[in-house]
Write a protein that binds this ligand. Structure first.
Ligand SMILES: [Zn+2]
Length: 116
């Protein structure tokens, strides 16, 4: 994994920065979740995290035998034409992934700002 800087990783996905000439490109984060790669700015990460919060409030499958693994949630993504069917477990994992990535990016941008 020489060409990336891992930001955060959990059972549901991973986020990282791409390295160019040994330097990380920190204005965009690559978030890979369920075989889907998102390439997102800090604002888009925050938007995506909000969409996850909204989706968490709209469970549609009651008394389902699949419980937290039932993909009965519909999640909007920063890609306007793509919604994902997603389970409660995956939503929680994605939210953690996005929020940790946001904290890390926020911190880096803050540090860079104070150095300039
Ligand atoms: Zn269900």
């Amino acid at each position: 994994m020489k060409h990336i800087d891992i930001i955060f990783k959990n059972d549901h996905g991973i986020s990282f920065f791409w390295k160019k000439n040994e330097q990380s490109t920190v204005d965009l984060a690559q978030v890979v979740f369920r075989d889907i790669g998102f390439y997102l700015t800090l604002d888009e990460l925050k938007e995506f995290s909000n969409l996850v919060s909204v989706s968490l409030q709209h469970a549609v499958c009651q008394n389902c035998p699949h419980g937290k693994d039932c993909r009965s949630f519909l999640l909007k993504t920063p890609a306007a034409k793509i919604d994902l069917a997603i389970s409660l477990n995956e939503l929680n994992g994605l939210q953690e992934l996005l929020d940790k990535t946001i904290i890390k990016m926020d911190t880096i941008i803050y540090i860079q700002g104070s150095l300039n």
